[in-house]
Design a protein around this ligand. Structure first.
Ligand code: NAD
Length: 251
């Protein structure tokens, strides 16, 4: 079990990529705090996983990652329940957007920046402070996107926020190295989660066709990579982007 003895906090852990990663981390021996704005769904997931033979390995906390005090409180709650923090997976995110010239900044800019950009910054800051205080090192993994590296339709703000995630990752690796902290960003392509599953079968087929082997990525496939990145086996991977886009970016 590659995460035996590690404690992780996973934002957006109640659904999609986050939930698949919670399950994978617990199977790999970690203790995991599911941190999500949807507390009901987070608690239900925690109860279900605990009931599958993982009692004491999983808990839930409500957090809006757009509010620093809430992120700090989620870190504190994790330490209170599990004794420390070793890994943060800054994964909570929202998508959406309209053509640029139709933007209402209050709808198409501010909410996405608050969650997808500010939320990752707050996660890095709160976890970084905890790692420094513990003196144990730590790992920061953050979910960017293929859109963080390219322009895309209806994604003016989302692309900017996801690009910031990559920049934060490089700078965090640089600034926190003296505390033994590593930071890595991942760039998923088209993943079969509620963000994508809300669309018509036709649009989902189009998304699948954008990736080599004509498939959407399964959230579990992303979770496998995140577990590896969080483990000591990935100790040489730092300050960089790991592509998990099923070949999307070869086009
Ligand atoms: P999802 O909607 O299944 O999960 C997102 C989770 O984040 C939900 O549980 C939601 O409640 C939570 N959340 C939303 N706003 C929050 C907030 N303010 N505070 C705390 N939690 C909040 O989506 P997903 O596809 O699993 O997305 C996870 C991450 O992956 C996101 O950052 C997304 O941008 C990124 N991503 C997804 C895809 C894809 O194709 N699905 C592709 C690239 C990147």
């Amino acid at each position: 079990m590659r995460l035996q003895g590690k404690v992780a906090l996973i934002t957006g852990g109640a659904s999609g990529i986050g939930l698949a990663t919670v399950r994978k981390f617990v199977r790999e021996g970690a203790k995991v705090m599911i941190a999500d704005i949807n507390l009901e769904q987070a608690e239900a997931a925690a109860a279900e996983i605990a009931g599958e033979g993982h009692e004491g390995s999983v808990a839930a906390v409500g957090v809006n990652v757009s509010v620093y005090a809430e992120v700090e409180a989620a870190v504190a709650r994790t330490v209170e329940i599990f004794g420390s923090l070793d890994v943060i997976f800054n994964n909570a995110g929202i998508a959406g957007g309209r053509p640029l010239l139709e933007h209402d900044p209050a709808v198409d800019y501010e909410p996405i920046i608050r969650v997808d950009q500010d939320g990752v910054y707050y996660g890095i800051l709160a976890a970084g402070r905890q790692f420094k205080q513990q003196g144990t090192g730590g790992v920061i993994i953050s979910t960017s996107s293929i859109y963080g590296e390219q322009a895309a339709e209806l994604s003016f703000t989302y692309s900017a926020a996801k690009a910031a995630v990559i920049s934060f990752t490089r700078s965090a690796a640089y600034e926190l190295a003296e505390y033994g902290v590593r930071a890595v960003a991942i760039t998923p392509g088209r993943v079969g989660t509620p963000i994508i599953n809300q669309f018509s079968e036709e649009l989902k087929a189009t998304f699948a066709a954008e990736q080599l082997r004509n498939k959407l990525t399964r959230p579990e496939e992303i979770a496998d990579v995140v577990a590896f990145l969080a483990s000591d086996e990935a100790n040489a991977i730092n300050g960089t982007v790991v592509s998990v886009d099923d070949g999307y970016s070869v086009f």
